[in-house]
Design a protein around this ligand. Structure first.
Ligand code: CA
Length: 364
């Protein structure tokens, strides 16, 4: 019995070997290397976005490893191939196959893109992933980009950002009036409505402007990246949990025609590498930010605290007005907005008795 089985196995193995030999030329042909270009809105070496676990460079490395070198991604930092905010047009034109950035840079092309990065007073990392992967968010993201011939995947997340650095303490809404602050995007519009003189500066220009008093306050990312810019040396008050960016999503933008030409297994590798980086980058932020925050408070005498309730209340009221205006102008933005906030309201009820309850009542 045993001998019979062995002979069967041997015969089977031989048959397999013969098949492999015959099929070998086809396999070699199918494994030819595909090389894609990926640009970024961030300069080479930027932590989180360009370097480190879950970054653009790490994403490319994972795709190459998983595909055994069949798909190689050449990564270009901002300015190397195209300027920082021209990745959208480069992917659309097919000059490059991919861009790694944040969808809220493209609100000038299509306002609804805002919702796939961060909405002020929006969802946290868990809620955002629930909406994107299982609540219809990713389908809407692709619907928004369909007219541009592009698709997208979430490929990173900073977690909750910080409200930012202020030279003077903020006690009430009146302290915001006339304040010169670096704060981009929708949040900038909200602050502006409350009397803030909003300035939009690239990352590298924030520290000198804050130090010289060209600006009185600045928002960037979170403890690790903010400390790297040296912002704690220019302002002492660090207002914590970011109302404006509760879980900022990184975007992998892909030219749809190039995507459709990619073999199915390589499509699956790109999709799964992006999902891996979404989690791995957020995990890195938790570690990097908890270390940096301890250092800022203990060693650099930073005063870290939340914005006063009255200020948060006013920011919330202004946010609602700004979003109401945006959805009144554009049907697609309204569709995305309604989906996002319908999911959020259900998620909030669940979170209140699960995650939030754990932090408030169980952990102690
Ligand atoms: Ca930010």
């Amino acid at each position: 019995m045993q001998a019979n089985r062995r002979s069967f196995v041997t015969k089977g193995a031989l048959a397999g070997a013969a098949a492999t030999t015959l099929a070998a030329p086809a396999i070699v042909k199918a494994q030819s290397t595909i090389t894609w270009k990926m640009t970024s809105a961030y300069v080479k070496g930027s932590p989180f976005y360009m370097d480190g676990p879950g970054s653009a460079t790490d994403l490319a490395r994972r795709i190459e490893a998983m595909s055994n070198g069949r798909l190689r991604i050449q990564v270009f930092g901002a300015g190397e191939l195209v300027p920082a905010f021209e990745g959208f047009d480069a992917v659309r034109a097919g000059t490059v196959e991919m861009n790694h950035a944040n969808s809220y840079f493209w609100t000038g092309k299509t306002f609804a893109a805002q919702y796939f990065t961060a909405v002020p007073f929006g969802m946290n990392f868990q809620g955002m992933n629930g909406w994107l992967y299982d609540g219809g968010g990713l389908d809407l993201w692709n619907e928004v980009y369909a007219p541009f011939g592009m698709i997208a995947f979430p490929c990173g997340n900073t977690g909750v950002q910080m409200s930012g650095w202020f030279k003077k303490e903020i006690n009430s809404v009146s302290d915001l009036k006339g304040l010169k602050m670096r704060i981009p995007g929708l949040a900038g519009k909200v602050y502006s409505n409350l009397g803030v003189d909003v300035k939009v500066l690239p990352g590298g220009e924030i520290f000198p402007a804050l130090e010289r008093g060209v600006i009185d306050a600045a928002e960037f990312v979170g403890p690790f990246q903010d400390r790297r810019l040296g912002l704690h040396k220019a302002a002492k008050f660090y207002y914590t949990t970011g109302w404006h960016e509760s879980a900022t999503v990184s975007e992998l933008l892909i030219n749809r025609a190039a995507w459709q030409k990619l073999p199915r297994d390589l499509q699956a590798i790109v999709e799964n590498a992006a999902a891996a980086c979404n989690v791995i980058s957020e995990a890195w932020c938790q570690k990097a930010n908890s270390d940096a925050m301890d250092d800022l408070v203990k060693n650099h005498k930073v005063i870290a605290k939340p914005l006063p309730d009255g200020v948060v209340k006013a920011l919330r009221a202004e946010t609602e007005k700004v979003l109401a205006e945006a959805i009144s102008k554009d049907a697609l933005t309204r569709k995305v907005h309604d989906s996002y906030f319908a999911f959020k309201s259900k998620y909030d009820r669940w979170s209140e008795i699960s995650e939030e309850a754990y932090h408030v009542t169980v952990r102690g």
